[in-house]
Write a new protein. Structure first.
Lengths: 346, 433
């Protein structure tokens, strides 16, 4: 019996010595869900969705697939970037509730029209390439890639390792979910289960992708046209404030002509409001356009306002106020829209 | 009964030092202990016979030359004087003061890196009486507990602690309590109660390891039960074992084992120690359920006389991995007056496995080891000692070693590693005063 016990102990010790420890595998991929939100009148010829990193050497693809529909959630499997990818931009992301921090490279998601038919986003070049970008990922939810994962976890910060594996569900992966609120902070957040791309923001998408969130938006032109019924005293009513003021035969006006043609690449909206004060009332058509130049990381805003002024007692036959469009009670000038009353039309 | 009597006959006697936490099987020259000083000193010590006071000092001077591109180790070109002053202020009451006086390196400038690290212990050790012909002895010791080992070292081995040590002994039995602060992690505490028989050769114990370190986001405790024993079938051989279970493991009780066998032969001209130890720590057997890198302090050269194989290296990884290891220890001394050749070697083969995830969760240690997997570590020291005076414990030493204490900042600054592996050649002068 004693010999058997000793033999068992020796076998156990020898067995432990002979048992192979765990084999370390490659970094695991990650399945993510992409939701397409918003509406557009643009119909892409070859719609595809791509996930990628923007590195110093260009785009490093992580996933890319064709789309048959943008209504249903899109499933992507993120694969580690190719060897040779050099990180361009890192975010410092908070991990867990302690002081753990990791450096993370943001993953971009783009819905694009594969114009060159190569089934690859911009063919590995920079973000402004041959394909047309239709939508990009929208904050605050997103995903990130942790470069040099083992080295980052090797630094013994407050429970970084345990918090990391709790975040990834004990998986050895360098893909992590992110939460990036408007205050500029970044957190690794397991509650992120999908990422959204807004297809209604197509005009902005190239600029936002090329420039991150760091593009400038100087307000530029703000044009005002006021047309006064010729039965009223236009000079007295326009006063010193309105430069472009004219008296018109109001019955002959066609307000559809008040909406200018948008420049290529512009995105905007139209606001129509009816205003009334005393014996006067106006219909105000305000057109806001935003034109982006991704190469300069600039988006310029153009506002053009057409207002038609008439007497309350003698509106033209086409007048929409009161019936089609309710009056907006406001203390602002009659030739301006008031934001609380806005019902924007694209 | 026959087995127990035979067992009792082979057990060695008690050490003269109460709760001596040092390794008594190795030939590595470990430091004195800050209590029971008179019993530790050899006949040539200058401060042995000073009435109620006893004084001793171990002095080491070092000159170092690097053997790699990494340059010298943190302690180089240093002096280190480990000074002990013990005063029997009253019967059964000793006040023990240990002063570590050192200059870490001459490279820092004139006395810039000189420091004194004091440690004081008050030791109350009365004889309470007699029962059945055997004395009942009490020991209470605080604050400087010096090097401490619990059981056979599966949970804690040769770690300097501050806290409280208390025990009652009778006829080879002892009930002992240890409380240590700041053991391996910030604001952690370790409490232990052990009942031993045969002068510590058999025992059962309970330990509780806990922390209130909000700053690291951990508020945790772990409860352990131990069983341990050691036996010498022949005078030069010792076999030791310990079993430990963390009663409140993260998902279930988590177990650990230690087995060790040593052959220690001390003679003239040859002394030899060969040893083997096996350790196994199940996943979850560490005190905390998150991976939290431990740290150690103070980081002084006397640590180089303890093995690298230590629970410090295992406990923090247990949230992720099951671990096991084999360690071979060898020390040999050949005395050929006035010279003495010596060689020391520790080879430590460690394995780790993630039993919960496939593929496994990966971690890279500070030393660059990629876990889980297999890691081999070897520390050596080979050299020659010269005793210029045959009847005095003074010597010159020339040796090559790759084992140095990790101490890159102030010695009181917590270090995440105990040792660094860096080959150096040293010339030293040592005196035991």
């Amino acid at each position: 019996m004693r010999t058997a016990h000793l033999a068992l102990a020796a076998a156990l010790a020898a067995g432990k010595a002979g048992c192979a420890p765990s084999e370390i595998g490659d970094l695991e991929p990650l399945d993510v869900v992409v939701q397409v939100v918003g509406t557009t009148t643009v119909t892409p010829a070859r719609p595809r969705i791509s996930a990628f990193l923007v590195g110093q050497g260009g785009i490093a693809p992580l996933a890319d697939r064709a789309l048959t529909s943008t209504r249903a959630p899109i499933h992507l499997t993120l694969q580690p970037p190719p060897a040779g990818h050099i990180t361009n931009r890192l975010l410092q992301a908070r991990l867990g509730t302690g002081n753990g921090l990791l450096l993370v490279e943001p993953i971009r998601f783009a819905l694009y029209d594969d114009l060159d038919g190569t089934a690859g986003f911009q063919d590995g070049m920079q973000v402004l390439g041959p394909d047309r970008i239709l939508a990009i990922d929208e904050p605050p939810r997103g995903y990130g890639w942790v470069p040099q994962l083992e080295q980052q976890l090797a630094v013994p910060r407050p429970p970084t390792v345990s918090a990391y594996y709790a975040l990834t569900g004990d998986r050895y992966t360098a893909f992590v979910p992110l939460f990036r609120p408007l205050d500029g902070t970044v957190a690794l957040d397991a509650s992120t289960t999908s990422v959204s791309v807004d297809i209604s923001q197509a005009a902005l998408a190239p600029t936002r992708l090329a420039c991150g969130q760091g593009f400038s938006s100087p307000r530029t032109e703000d044009i005002l046209h006021l047309q006064v019924d010729d039965a009223l005293d236009a000079d007295a009513l326009c006063g010193l404030e309105v430069a472009d003021c004219s008296a018109v035969r109001i019955e002959e006006l066609d307000p559809r002509g008040f909406v200018p043609s948008p420049p290529t690449g512009a995105h905007g909206n139209i606001t129509i409001q009816c205003r009334r004060r005393g014996a006067l009332e106006t219909v105000v058509i305000e057109t806001n356009r935003r034109l982006c130049r991704p190469a300069d990381c600039v988006c310029e805003r153009f506002t053009e306002t057409h207002a038609v002024l008439t007497a309350t007692t003698a509106p033209p036959s086409w007048w929409p106020c009161g019936d089609t469009i309710p009056y907006c009670a406001s203390s602002r000038p009659l030739y301006r829209t008031d934001p609380p009353c806005r019902t924007d039309e694209p | 009964m026959v087995v127990l009597l035979a067992l009792a006959a082979t057990l060695t006697g008690a050490s003269e030092i109460y709760a001596d936490g040092r390794d008594d099987r190795t030939l590595l020259l470990q430091k004195l202990v800050n209590r029971n000083l008179p019993g530790q000193l050899g006949p040539h010590r200058l401060g042995r016979n000073l009435g109620r006071a006893t004084v001793a000092a171990d002095l080491l001077l070092n000159f170092q030359s690097s053997l790699s591109e990494e340059g010298p180790t943190p302690f180089h070109g240093f002096f280190f004087m480990d000074t002990y002053i013990s005063v029997e202020v009253a019967e059964s009451i000793d006040i023990n003061l240990n002063l570590l006086v050192f200059n870490k390196t001459a490279s820092g400038g004139f006395r810039v890196l000189s420091e004194v690290l004091p440690g004081l212990s008050a030791h109350y050790h009365p004889r309470l009486g007699h029962w059945a012909g055997h004395p009942i002895e009490l020991d209470v010791l605080a604050i400087d507990l010096d090097v401490t080992t619990i059981g056979n070292g599966l949970l804690l081995e040769t770690v300097p602690l501050e806290g409280l040590l208390a025990g009652v002994r009778w006829n080879g039995l002892e009930l002992r309590h240890v409380f240590g602060g700041r053991v391996f992690w910030p604001q952690d505490d370790l409490l232990n109660v052990t009942l031993t028989a045969y002068d510590g050769h058999l025992g059962v114990g309970y330990s509780r390891w806990f922390t209130t370190a909000d700053e690291v986001g951990v508020d945790s405790s772990a409860n352990y039960a131990h069983v341990f024993g050691r036996w010498s079938p022949i005078p030069a051989a010792t076999v030791a074992a310990e079993y430990m279970v963390r009663l409140d493991g993260p998902e279930r009780p988590a177990h650990a084992l230690l087995g060790r066998a040593d052959f220690t032969y001390r003679s003239d001209p040859v002394s030899l120690h060969t040893g083997y130890q096996f350790r196994w720590y199940e996943s979850g057997s560490g005190p905390f359920d998150v991976v939290l890198a431990p740290s150690t302090l103070p980081n002084t050269p006397d640590r180089e006389e303890y093995y690298a194989t230590n629970s410090f290296e295992y406990l923090w990884l247990s949230p992720l991995y099951e671990q096991w290891s084999h360690t071979g220890m060898l020390e040999a001394i050949l005395h050929a007056p006035p010279f003495e050749a010596f060689a020391e070697l520790e080879v430590w083969l460690r394995f780790s496995a993630d039993r919960e995830q496939t593929p496994p969760r990966v971690l890279r240690t500070l030393q660059g080891d990629r876990l889980p997997g297999r890691v081999t570590t070897a520390f050596y020291r080979v050299g020659v000692r010269l005793y210029p005076l045959a009847d005095r414990p003074y010597r010159f030493i020339a040796h090559v070693t790759n084992k140095s204490v990790s101490s890159f900042g102030n010695v009181r600054q917590p270090e995440l590693a105990r040792f660094i592996d860096q080959p150096v050649f040293s010339l030293e002068a040592e005196a035991r005063l």
